[in-house]
Write a protein that binds this ligand. Sequence first.
Ligand code: IPE
Ligand code: IPE
Ligand code: MG
Length: 243
Amino acid sequence: MVPHHIAIVMDGNGRWANKRFMPRVAGHRQGLEALRRCIRLCMDRGVAVLTVFAFSSENWARPADEVSGLMDLMAGAMGREVPTLKQNGVQLHFVGDRRGLSDKVCQGFDQAEAQTADNRRLVLNVCFNYGGRWDIAQAADRAAAKGLPITPEGLAAELSLAHVPDPDLLIRTGGELRVSNFLLWQLAYSELHFSDVLWPDFDAPHLDEAITAFAGRERRFGKTSAQVGGVSADPGASVATST
Ligand code: IPE
Ligand code: IPE
Ligand code: MG
């Protein structure tokens, strides 16, 4: 089965550039190409929601020229990419803390969201200046401001991805085996897939490998294998049938 919602930590742009003796920002530019490709592939494969980590709340700590390069890339991508995304039926959401972002970037986000709001083919969430801890804290803040009790359901309704179900599959490229403050709440029951491929090199075979691996997983959500219709892993059951 194809996952309904795929989330991706698009990691490895810097190393891709380093290997080629290019500036890190050239890796990010190539990473944008890979994202464009991945969006098309997800639509072809029947994925309904794609959520990508483009800039974390911790990435501000990078060298100033890399941070400004990433901001410029995002601002530029807005003008270039949005018309095509709009035409292709992509509904865009920019998820993250807008404070600290330039007016130009924020206006671009608002316009892109407004222009694509009626699209239904693929929901694309771009996490930019996003942190999982920020998300949970801002949800708690909003629930408290409404006088709502802090419950799992109440908080979930205030999280920045409340418009989509939780990711079924998380892919991280670039070889690191960590979450890096991505969707801390929403990944509770996501299947995890780690790839050594650097994000700019990520292409159809790598996405298909992840989707195939996902299809082979048994999602139990706390139940037993027998309860969810799989082969019983209960050794007592096998003893009983073999005697
Ligand atoms: C991910 O690639 C993109 C961002 C964090 C913006 P990196 O820039 O982290 O690439 P590596 O991990 O240094 O190779
Ligand atoms: C996570 O990658 C953030 C994005 C891909 C945007 P990082 O490269 O920032 O993660 P760490 O620092 O290696 O954990
Ligand atoms: Mg990295």
